[in-house]
Design a protein around this ligand. Structure first.
Ligand code: TRP
Length: 446
């Protein structure tokens, strides 16, 4: 059966519904957990500077292309890529599904930590030494249980179909999350260490920009914007209305950037004020979970309430992102004839099992995040833009034109997708592989 004539496919109820669900996909743990940890690791402002550059020059055009192809195809990315690109491109579709499975397997572990933190904060049972506390909750039995609970919730939402589940959830939650963050950033500005923090976070030392920082800023841009694995392509495949996709990609990207940026305005003043540099240095992956609870503790009862509110919001942000990660694989199975419920449960259970090692060892989690977030997503983005820029550009341009009647701007987009993005991604990919290999080889000779 041809998916184009498949009248059983869901579709978005409204343009706003699509945008909010896409923002829901983009905004999640990536904006807070991953952004604060990669920014801390990348030395602050130098990383942030590269990140902003990548979001604007690469993220927005790539997001536009993914959505254009999704709307054009009206079927799962895995199938669309094979049909539009030819059999040779089929592996790219598998790479998408693989990335979705891989990311969700550890993403869910981190979301599980937020559940644990909410429960402990509500019982006022978070110890003062939040570094040690993070060390305890991030591994072991409760880490596994949190992960499994989170996966169960993700599966049950995806089983419900896109319209019902997603649209409603993101509609209510995203604005709240942003308001809480703004309030916290204002409060963080009053802290003693905020001056030092702002200069760490916002005043770049350009000589500090290394290939490793460039690579991790690019990986972070892809991860945070949900790019490189067909997530927003999947969402756009449920679009029937011909709206301006370039404009929507811009709105979604700015919203995503805004949340990450404001999260940094909260996290870094806390780290500098409460002297948490050392703990964060020892466990960068725990940056968010070490810093926020430490600060909230200083506020007594109010702090417990804020901790609960913040991490509940973050939990929902994670849930709306997780849904999109699972949806890529589920849509692929559904478009091949499997019932949605069966597809979601089968895939979800497999992911839950796959994530258990990450729930037991943060080094495994970090390595998986490194491999997929900083390498496979960029690889996926590279191949996607080569396909779109070098093979499908006329079709893609005609599709984008429906809703975006600006030939000049479209030509600029086409130029970026064809000549700017693939080389930049390729260079970063080469450095990501060559850098560690070189270090490893040199180590052999010492
Ligand atoms: N962007 C989400 C976040 O920042 C995570 C996510 C959802 C994602 N879907 C994705 C990342 C697709 C990469 C690709 O939390």
């Amino acid at each position: 059966m041809d998916a184009n004539t498949n009248s059983n496919r869901d579709e978005w109820g409204s343009r706003v519904g699509f945008i909010l669900a896409a923002v829901g996909s983009a905004v999640g743990l990536g904006n807070m957990w991953r952004f604060s940890y990669t920014a801390a690791e990348g030395g602050g402002a130098a990383f942030v500077f590269m990140y902003v550059l990548f979001v604007a020059l690469i993220g927005i055009p790539v997001m536009t292309s993914e959505m254009v192809i999704g709307r054009l195809a009206q079927e799962s990315p895995a199938r669309a890529i094979k049909r539009l690109g030819g059999d040779m491109w089929a592996p790219l579709g598998w790479l998408f599904v693989f990335c979705g499975i891989g990311i969700l397997s550890y993403y869910s572990v981190i979301a599980g930590w937020t559940i644990r933190l909410v429960i402990d904060a509500a019982r006022q049972a978070v110890p003062t030494d939040t570094g040690a506390y993070f060390g305890a909750i991030s591994v072991g039995k409760w880490s596994v249980i949190g992960h499994l609970v989170f996966m169960a919730m993700t599966i049950s939402i995806v089983v419900g179909g896109i319209k019902k589940g997603l649209e409603r959830a993101s509609l209510i939650l995203m604005p709240f999350l942003f308001l809480i963050l703004i309030g916290l950033a204002l409060w963080a500005a009053t802290l003693g260490g905020s001056g030092e923090a702002y200069s760490f976070y916002l005043n770049p030392d350009f000589s500090a920009i290394t290939p490793a920082i460039i690579g991790s800023a690019l990986g972070q841009a892809f991860f945070s914007l949900s790019l490189g694995m067909g997530a927003l392509m999947t969402y756009a495949s449920y679009l029937k209305t011909k709206e301006n996709l370039a404009q929507e990609a811009t709105i979604i990207s700015m919203a995503d950037f805004g949340v990450a940026f404001v999260a940094g305005l909260v996290v870094f003043p806390i780290i500098f004020t409460f002297g948490l540099q050392e703990q964060v240095g020892a466990s960068a992956i725990g940056t968010l979970f070490i810093s926020l609870p430490a600060a909230f503790q200083e506020m007594g009862n109010v702090g417990a309430i804020i901790t609960v509110a913040f991490f509940v919001m973050l939990f929902f942000g994670a849930l709306s992102s997780a849904i999109s990660l699972l949806e890529v694989g589920v849509t692929a199975l559904v478009d091949n004839g499997m019932p949605r419920k069966k597809a979601a449960i089968m895939l979800g259970v497999a992911i839950a099992l796959l994530g258990i090692p990450s729930a037991l060892d943060t080094n495994i989690l970090g390595a998986a995040d490194q491999l997929i977030g900083n390498f496979l997503l960029i690889l996926g983005g590279f191949l996607t833009t080569v396909l779109i820029g070098w093979k499908l550009l006329p079709q893609a341009d005609a599709e984008l034109a429906q809703g975006f009647d600006k030939p000049g701007a479209r030509a600029a987009w086409g130029f970026i997708i064809k000549f700017l993005v693939p080389p930049v991604l390729l260079i970063v990919l080469v450095f990501t592989v060559v850098g560690p290999t070189y270090t490893a080889i040199m180590a052999l000779f010492q």
